[in-house]
Design a binder for this molecule. Structure first.
Ligand code: MG
Length: 258
């Protein structure tokens, strides 16, 4: 299932995208696992609605350095444990929403990433059960004010600006193996990142286990699994697209703060 959230005349609901039709869904409780959703019978064409971010995370947990190729381009040694940081929920935007270039920065980078979306509360989950807590997978852009990264010693400021976490366009719930997905980043249509999640240093299952031993993961929380090589800057007027096999394409324009 390609799960979306969409805005129709000011009301936001979950929906199942099939071809260019959205079938409205409702949830029966707090969990948002694939079998938690019920069809309402209402449906819309894509032209009638605006897709929003496909989930509402309480927190976005991100991996630094999780592709061997990216560790090499940054000249960093391979990490022995997952290096994590958080993006605030206020950074999340949906497909086609603008990434706002903050006036504090002179270099804002794209980072195409696979996002794993948690579907039910997870605490202290062992790796072999971790994927049972995943609703599905989405495209993500870990937007980074690169020039702000070194000065702060850690990455919250550089990666926490409003609009710095585009997610979408859908959550694909049918992916059984998240470690075998082709991932690409395109700047104004030109391929600048190309890899496969098989290059992950830490698997999604290991990351969920590691993170959930520290903090409870809630339905809608998203784990960004790190970026591959090829990172680079964007400027106002650019469009960046994250493309992941079987999920789809997430595109966002970059705009100057008005
Ligand atoms: Mg990243």
């Amino acid at each position: 299932m390609k799960l979306t959230r969409f805005n129709h005349k000011g009301t936001v609901n979950y929906g199942r995208l099939e071809e260019d039709r959205i079938h409205e869904l409702k949830t029966g409780g707090k969990d948002i696992m694939p079998d938690s959703f019920l069809e309402t019978g209402r449906e819309y064409s894509l032209e009638e609605v605006r897709l929003t971010a496909p989930c509402m995370p309480s927190k976005v947990i991100c991996l630094g350095l999780n592709y061997r190729s990216h560790a090499e381009e940054m000249n960093f040694p391979l990490p022995k444990v997952p290096i994590i940081f958080l993006k605030p929920s206020t950074a999340v935007i949906g497909p086609q929403e603008p990434i706002i270039y903050p006036p504090q920065s002179r270099r804002v980078d794209y980072e195409a990433e696979l996002g794993a979306v948690i579907g039910k509360k997870a605490f202290n989950v062992p790796p072999d059960l971790a994927l049972d807590y995943v609703l599905g997978y989405t495209c993500a852009n870990d937007v980074t004010a690169r020039d702000k990264q070194p000065a702060h010693g850690q990455w919250t400021y550089a990666k926490g600006f409003d609009t710095f976490c585009p997610l979408g366009p859908v959550i694909e719930t049918g992916i059984e193996d998240p470690e075998a997905l082709a991932i690409e980043g395109l700047l104004n249509g030109k391929k600048v990142q190309a890899s496969n999640t098989s290059d992950h240093i830490f698997s999604v299952a290991k990351i969920i286990s590691f993170v959930s031993a520290c903090m409870t993961l809630l339905p809608g929380d998203v784990i960004l699994t790190g970026t591959c090589s090829g990172i680079g800057p964007m400027k106002p007027g650019d469009i960046f697209t994250v493309k992941i096999a079987t999920i789809g394409e997430l595109s966002n324009p970059v705009k100057e703060e008005s």
